[in-house]
Design a protein around this ligand. Structure first.
Ligand code: CS2
Ligand code: MG
Length: 397
């Protein structure tokens, strides 16, 4: 079975997505997500201009060889653009292989290890009443685990509150105050626990905004509220920084949505400095790379926590769900449902029911792209916000 063609589809049904469609000489079609929020066209060009010409006439069944060919053959390694492009090719080829086998992808990954995939939803609010209402709304939608993000008194807009994408042509600038945040977050979780009790799994995303000792302080302050995880508590390019956090708190730690290879996790996993691996299939080289990463993490009892906001397309989401169902060391799956416009373009087989996701039984990954619908939504440049401290210093958003 040979690769006969490959097309990069850029569409913006409410937000931008980049999808790779690979077709074979016997008429099979596979899809891969290549969306890198805020830098989409870089990946579209990497694919169109540098990768697609290399794919034509390759054996579509040779997924591992194609992965190594694109990773080592580029000479320049790693990074979000390269690994998103490789991921798109990889997922599209797994989609094709599973279709050729007449099976949903998870069957090729070892079959189901569970009956359903525990999902967590997003609750947020500018103040406590809004946060509590948002949690109630997620629970009414069926979520059994909930991420809680709150505004901070004295700060206008911060991560997790409101829509981060801005289409005015330049990144929105937000103001940040770490001390105000550190004082406020524990009061939010105390109120949430008082309202909803001790059992509801609660998560929180710090979004890279603390130093290691500040993260240690917050982790310790949140211990009475028994979080499922505290995410991205400190920028983790400096993996050793998590040693300091780990020394001071037993709050479980999740890291890695901005990582793009297993190398980014080596110290974190080997020294058990984290409890959950946060990467998305889309940003980490695809199913081939993620399966290896999760199997390595399993040696250290580190579990999966695949990244699932709306800037991961339904194609990327579905690919993750097949891994979630098959691997033993599954932890939890983030699930931010996409817009109706998005689902008009991306037709999905996966389901969400009573708090659990399932990829479905359709051969392949179970998502197709309606290219006529995609053509209705032109690309719209959009940037993620830039954060600054009160004195104007650029800070992590
Ligand atoms: C967030 C993401 O869902 C999360 O955990 O960290 O929504 C992140 O802000 C976006 O993916 C950035 O594009
Ligand atoms: Mg996050």
């Amino acid at each position: 079975m040979r690769i006969a063609g490959a097309e990069v589809i850029v569409t913006c049904p409410g937000r931008n997505f980049v999808t790779l469609e690979i077709t074979t000489d016997d008429g099979l079609v596979g899809y891969g997500d290549a969306t890198l929020n805020g830098r989409e066209l870089a990946v579209a060009s990497y694919l169109r201009d540098h990768v697609v010409p290399l794919l034509i006439n390759r054996d579509a069944h040779k997924i591992e060889d194609t992965w190594q060919y694109l990773y080592r053959g580029a000479y320049w390694r790693r990074g979000p653009v390269t690994m998103a492009a490789i991921a798109a090719v990889d997922v599209a080829l797994w989609d094709i292989k599973a279709k050729a086998a007449g099976m949903p992808l998870y069957q090729l990954l070892g079959g189901a290890s569970r009956t359903g995939i525990m999902a967590y939803g997003h609750a947020s609010g500018r103040d406590l009443p809004e946060v509590l209402d948002s949690i109630r709304a997620r629970r009414e939608e069926g979520f059994r685990s909930i991420r809680v993000q709150s505004g901070v008194p004295g700060l206008d807009t911060i991560y997790g509150i409101g829509n981060p994408l801005d289409r005015t042509g330049l990144p929105n600038e937000e103001v940040w105050d770490t001390r105000a945040y550190l004082r406020h977050v524990p009061t939010v979780f105390e109120a949430v626990r008082n309202e909803f009790g001790p059992e509801l799994p609660l998560l929180h995303d710090v979004h890279h905004r603390l130093t290691p000792i500040q993260a240690a302080k917050l982790g310790k302050a949140l211990e009475p509220y028994d979080l499922f995880w505290m995410e991205d508590c400190t920028p983790a390019e400096n993996q050793e920084g998590l040693r300091l956090v780990r020394q001071h708190t037993t709050t479980p730690l999740a890291i890695g949505e901005v990582f793009n290879t297993a190398f980014d996790y080596q110290t974190l996993i080997r020294e058990q400095l984290i409890d959950y691996v946060r990467s998305a299939v889309t940003h980490t080289g695809g199913v081939t790379a993620m399966r290896k990463l999760f199997d390595h993490a399993a040696l250290y009892q580190v579990k999966s926590g695949i990244h699932g906001p709306t800037d991961i397309s339904p194609v990327g989401m579905a690919a993750g769900l097949h891994l979630d169902l098959a691997i033993h060391n599954f932890g939890i799956q983030e699930f931010a449902p996409h817009s109706a416009e998005t689902y008009e373009v991306f037709r999905r087989s996966y389901t969400f029911d009573d708090g659990y996701l399932h990829p479905g039984e359709t051969p392949g990954i179970g998502v197709t792209v309606d290219k006529d619908a995609a053509a209705k939504f032109d690309y719209e440049p959009a940037y993620l916000p830039v954060n600054r401290l009160r004195d104007g210093t650029v800070h992590d958003w």
